[in-house]
Design a protein around this ligand. Structure first.
Ligand code: ADP
Ligand code: MG
Length: 244
């Protein structure tokens, strides 16, 4: 459909990786400066529903600034931006409310009667069905991030934005989270923008990699590697070495 002001027309049942999937990020000439210093320059970017895009870049290149703009946590930018109302954000810190148990954290702000069942189903999907009544502080870092993913998906987002969500986790937990995230994204099919500084993570998970260099989009490239055995594919090494 045609995007309307402030929101995007989308249908619930959209096929994955289809050129006709609705556009869930439509940024044209987005720019941001702080105190007169340009941090993002002329960012033009479209992401469709069902697409998994990884955003790479050195520390300070503007990744979090762009993510905050796409989340509309920062509206002080130039240029045009359209994102759907139904979007969810996850950060490195799970940001669970410490005074609420796990399931209420997942359901936070949701009102309709079906939400509870959806929240419970999502907790089961992330392997935490037995922890619905646990307090966040009793969970490991990885478990807290799984709750944060369940919370994000409980909103049935058309767009899922993540800023280094696994950055604080140990390597083994991160690998388990990769597997979990791939499954969740395949089943729920939001458009995904994952900010990471881990090239392997980007190449492993994404359908497309974009790179920010000093606030400019310096690369935007699809990844056409098989999902199974991707790590051992020669293209993996080739793409990885091009990015580094
Ligand atoms: P990244 O996430 O890629 O590490 P950021 O988007 O956090 O980079 O930051 C990009 C640049 O913008 C940095 O130089 C940072 O200092 C600056 N910056 C980010 N947020 C602010 C802010 N609120 N005020 C001033 N400068 C900021
Ligand atoms: Mg950052």
């Amino acid at each position: 459909g045609t995007p309307t002001a402030g929101t995007l027309s989308t249908s619930a049942a959209s096929p994955r990786r289809d050129g006709e999937s609705p556009v869930v990020v439509d940024a044209r000439g987005v720019a941001r400066s702080f105190d007169g210093r340009g941090v993002l320059h002329d960012i033009t970017l479209q992401i469709r529903r069902g697409e998994f895009v990884a955003l790479l870049g050195r520390s300070g290149s503007g990744k979090s600034t762009l993510l905050r703009i796409l989340a509309q946590l920062d509206t002080e930018h130039d240029g045009d931006l359209r994102v759907p109302e139904r979007r969810a954000v996850a950060f490195q810190d799970s940001r669970l409310l410490p005074w609420a148990r796990v399931l209420p954290n997942v359901l936070l702000g949701l009102k309709d009667a079906r939400s509870r069942a959806r929240g419970e189903a999502l907790l089961a999907e992330v392997g935490l069905a037995d922890h619905a009544r646990a307090w966040p502080k009793t969970l490991s870092g990885g478990e807290q991030q799984r709750v944060a993913l369940a919370r994000a998906l409980a909103r049935d987002p058309e767009l899922l934005l993540m800023d280094e969500p696994f950055g604080a986790l140990d390597a083994l937990t991160r690998i388990r989270m990769h597997r979990l995230l791939r499954g969740l994204v395949a089943r729920h099919s939001p458009g995904v923008l994952l900010v990471t500084h881990d090239v392997d993570e980007a190449v492993l998970l994404a359908d497309r990699v974009i790179v920010l260099t000093d606030g400019h989009l310096s690369l935007d490239e699809p990844i056409d590697l098989p999902e199974v055995g991707r790590r051992s594919h020669p293209g993996f090494t080739a793409l990885r070495s091009r990015l580094l």
